[in-house]
Design a protein around this ligand. Structure first.
Ligand code: ATP
Length: 389
């Protein structure tokens, strides 16, 4: 009889514990939903879930589309047409591989296309150290918790339980949440790390190596998409990725933009002088940098034209980034050289630009690229630049 009573209480105890756990889980889910909605992280049904709702940990990898959208972002016809190609392929459920020379604008395009989808974004960079666990997740030791059993009133039993703690990494977070994965310079990572991508792209499941039981795989959310970027030289170089992977992505080749687009891009990254006759004296616009002046459209045109000529003449890539860096250098050094008075300097005067300054600035900007090229030293580089001007 006594045994019967204790059994009943034990059953009721479990039921109460079960209700409490359910409530706790519901509270946790609500909290996660609140956090996710603050991040704009919703799935199709308007509910929000993160890996934690399945008992795993995976926070921290998702960013809202608004956060990742590049700012400033120039949208000329050339930029828009490329972005439409990317978003078009994503709509066709194809992973996209953006291939192009360094500094031509791949990352900006990828992030802009990802943001345009309005889904959460996971942004990672490839490098030698990336392996499967870095992408998919891993066990991060045991998690200890205490379970309390109340058999009869006044008699309780505590049990220490150690449970494997799984930590999600970017790919698992992205496939679970239906995010857009932007995997920058993916060809810098070991190709073996990307085997998991094959089943993600082909079968819609992510295998979690080391996971056991029914948690071994994650079903890929139907809204999950991937944009991979790589430098055209590296892509064909040391880390050639397996054909099986390259076969499952479409390649969009991104070259250097046309002159008008490059001028627009440079313009958005520097302070532009107001050249109207009745314009106020120009101000750098940056309260922390009084020494930086404003470039007029003509100076921006000269920087872009020089960049484009050097691109043809020099044995290494001279990307749009080089043009932006040079323009920013000229905004400082041109102002220092051109300022006739101390007052003009602190006002952030308009820059004065001549060949000497252009050669100095471009020599510094391109100096780091000499290694492994036919140009042995920096004085030869300067000569080559001067010849081009
Ligand atoms: N459409 C654009 N609007 C504004 N800025 C842009 C645009 N495209 C590129 N840029 C700027 O040009 C520079 C180079 O772009 P980005 O970093 O995207 O090139 P990348 O090809 O990814 O370079 P890397 O191969 O070195 O990673 C950055 O400063 C970026 O902000």
């Amino acid at each position: 009889m006594a045994e019967d009573t204790s059994r009943k209480r034990k059953v009721r105890g479990r039921k109460i514990r079960g209700d409490r756990e359910q409530k706790k889980r519901r509270r946790a889910r609500k909290e996660l939903a609140r956090k996710a909605s603050r991040n704009g992280n919703h799935d199709e049904a308007g509910t929000a879930a993160t890996s934690e709702s399945t008992g795993d940990e995976g926070g921290g990898h998702l960013e809202s589309p608004e956060t990742v959208a590049p700012e400033p972002f120039v949208e000329t016809d050339a930029v828009e047409s490329l972005r439409e190609r990317i978003t078009g392929w994503l709509a066709a459920d194809q992973p996209v591989h953006l291939i192009g020379p360094t500094g031509c604008g791949k990352t900006a395009l990828a992030l802009s296309a990802a943001a345009a989808r309005g889904r959460p974004v996971v942004h990672i960079n490839g490098d030698e150290a990336v392996d499967t666990a870095t992408l998919v997740g891993t066990y991060a030791g045991g998690e200890r918790y205490e379970e309390r059993d109340e058999f009869v009133s006044g008699v309780s039993k505590k049990t220490q339980i150690v449970r494997d703690r799984w930590v999600d990494n970017p790919l698992s977070a992205a496939v679970r949440e239906g995010a857009t994965l932007v995997y920058n310079e993916f060809s810098r990572s070991d190709p073996a790390a990307h085997n998991v991508l094959l089943s993600v792209f082909e079968e819609g499941v992510l295998e979690r190596p080391g996971k056991r039981g029914r948690d071994r795989t994650i079903d890929v959310h139907p809204e999950f998409r991937a944009i991979l970027t790589s430098n055209d030289a590296e892509y064909a170089g040391v880390h050639r990725q397996q054909d099986a992977l390259l076969d499952r992505v479409v390649g969009v080749h991104v070259g250097h933009y046309d002159a008008e687009t490059e001028r627009e891009i440079v313009r958005t990254h520097v302070d532009v002088a107001d050249t109207r006759d009745d314009a106020e004296p120009s101000d750098s616009g940056d309260p922390n940098n009084d020494e930086r002046g404003a470039l007029d459209p003509e100076a921006i045109g000269t920087v872009v034209e020089t960049t484009r000529t050097l691109r043809e003449e020099l044995p290494f890539v001279v990307g749009t980034r080089a043009a932006i860096t040079a323009a920013n250098g000229i905004a400082v050094f041109g102002t220092q050289a051109g300022a006739e008075s101390a007052q003009q300097q602190t006002d952030g005067g308009q820059v004065s630009l001549d060949d000497e300054l252009l050669a100095d600035v471009f020599t510094d900007v391109l100096g780091p690229k000499l290694a492994g090229t036919e140009i042995d030293d920096v004085s030869t580089l300067r000569e080559r630049i001067t010849d081009t001007l």
